[in-house]
Write a protein that binds this ligand. Structure first.
Ligand SMILES: [Zn+2]
Ligand SMILES: [Zn+2]
Length: 134
């Protein structure tokens, strides 16, 4: 499958094509690991201010351009792509040395054996270890 451009992503999600949004999407596409708010702010400080970044992240998350990962560092990280919900499951790899978070594709979703009457909405899988750079 050919990779979508940032413009196509915005069109598909019905969002206005602004320079800032395109820059943000392009940044996410370029990075192979999840970005914290601070990472993004640092990388894109020339393109957008704090409140614009915050607004766009919230917006992107809402429409499913990016997804948020909560590892247990207390710092939310964001990665490109739909959230790992039903039919689209993937795991996250957390490096214990550098705290980088990677999306790991091709997860066979777990079918947790929840008690009768309980309904599973999503299963979040976190894999911990050391990344190739560490
Ligand atoms: Zn690492
Ligand atoms: Zn992910």
């Amino acid at each position: 499958m050919e990779k979508e451009s940032s413009i196509q992503v915005l069109e598909r999600k019905g969002l206005k094509k602004t320079k800032v949004r395109m820059a943000l999407i392009q940044h996410f596409m370029m990075m192979n690991h999840a970005q914290s708010y601070n990472d993004l702010q640092e990388a894109l400080s020339n393109e957008l201010d704090k409140s614009t970044l915050y607004r766009n992240l919230t917006n992107f998350e809402k429409v499913g351009i990016i997804h948020r990962i909560n590892d247990d560092t207390g710092v939310s990280k964001y990665a490109f792509g739909e959230p790992p919900i039903h039919g689209n499951e993937h795991a996250h790899f957390v490096c214990e040395d550098c705290e980088t978070v990677y999306c790991v594709e091709e997860l066979v979703p777990l079918q947790p054996n929840v008690p009768k009457g309980f309904k599973t909405k999503k299963v979040q899988t976190i894999i911990r270890g050391t990344c190739a750079d560490c």
